[in-house]
Design a protein around this ligand. Structure first.
Ligand code: 48N
Length: 319
């Protein structure tokens, strides 16, 4: 069969390296001919001009940063599984309190945020009961004060504000579209049980397709503390709680109980704790672990539980 002719121009190795060297030189402050021709123009009347680029520069800019961070975070101080409201609140509190810690967040979805992009029944407003409004005030999220509770006009205003603040901390790395598909467990002589020593990861699309393609082995991230905030629903909800059962460490799940806002929210915040040596559970995953009530469309407990999980992580690390 005749070889397929690739019509687009292909750069040979020397050409690519000379282009990149030229860019490198430029980064070292030496002007190049191409730069002299660069006259970017922010003209919205039809003459908008970008600075020139080579496709390989885009690829290498992404590859370099992503894989350097994977290499660097293979050993983390705290891994947070799940970037919903509880996981992100934990990350914010931890990153703010302990800027020296390497905090790595693993989120199975392409879009972090979990269930906090909307209120209840796909409606947009988010209800937060006092005193959790104090967290909104700290984040600078505006709300309507209704007395015993406050209302954020759109849940996405809370989640996008929290997410942007979490990602602006230099000691936080987020890997989204990346699933935790198992836990690292080691014998723990102190508790005569199993200590969690990190997580087993894979691209989410791989983790969800092990039944369609075999031998797609995972990767690992080791850490002395894992905070599990995987929620209670979705394709991987309550993941770590379920893994504790399937690995024989936990006899059974408590299973989330029916809705009762007044019982559910304090139970989740006050119940946030180290459920297994090295593993803290927070947010709605805890309702599945403990069998506590669900609270429905109020989000203050997710914030309080995440913040408490951060305090628990610091307590363990300082132990
Ligand atoms: O928002 P969620 O689902 O979980 P929480 O606990 O942060 O917040 C729960 C909250 O949104 C409610 O459910 C409200 C209060 N409703 C209560 C009720 O009564 O119905 O976020 C969990 C995140 C999601 O983004 C998942 O994609 C992610 O965790 N996740 C994982 N990420 C990586 N690896 C996994 N194995 C995994 N499993 C879930």
């Amino acid at each position: 069969m005749a070889p397929i002719q690739i019509s687009s121009p292909t750069y040979d190795k020397d050409t690519v390296s000379s282009i990149l060297d030229r860019k490198a030189n430029n980064q070292n402050g030496q002007k190049t001919v191409q730069d002299d021709q660069v006259n970017v123009n922010e003209d919205y009347m039809g003459n908008y001009r970008f600075a020139p680029i080579e496709e390989a520069q885009v690829s290498r800019a992404m590859i370099k940063r992503y894989f350097e961070s994977m290499y660097e975070r293979a050993i983390s101080d705290v891994v947070i599984v799940g970037a919903g409201s509880a996981g992100l609140s934990c990350a914010y509190q931890l990153a703010k309190s302990a800027p020296h810690l390497k905090i790595t967040i693993l989120e199975a979805g392409v879009a972090p945020g979990g269930g906090a992009w909307l209120g209840g029944q796909l409606m947009t407003a988010m209800v937060v009961r006092k005193p959790a409004d104090r967290f909104l005030t700290e984040l600078g999220v505006p709300f309507d004060d209704e007395g015993n509770f406050v209302v954020v006009k759109h849940a996405a205003l809370f989640t996008s504000t929290l997410l942007s603040k979490v990602l602006s901390f230099p000691n936080v790395t987020l890997f989204n579209a990346t699933a935790v598909e198992d836990l690292i467990m080691r014998p723990d002589p102190l508790s005569n049980s199993q200590r969690i020593g990190g997580v087993v990861t894979n691209w989410t699309l791989v983790a969800l397709n092990h039944m369609t393609q075999s031998c797609m082995d995972p990767n690992t991230i080791t850490a002395p503390v894992v905070v599990s905030a995987t929620g209670h629903d979705g394709p991987m909800g309550a993941f770590c709680a379920k893994r504790l059962v399937s690995s024989g460490v936990l006899k059974e799940l408590g299973e989330m109980r029916a809705l009762d806002m007044n019982r559910a929210e304090p139970a989740i915040v006050n119940g946030t704790r180290e459920v297994q040596p090295g593993l803290i559970m927070t947010g709605m995953e805890l309702s599945e672990y403990d069998g506590s009530n669900r609270m429905g469309p109020t989000f203050g407990a997710m914030m309080g539980s995440g913040i408490k999980a951060a305090h628990e992580a610091l307590r363990i690390l300082e132990r």
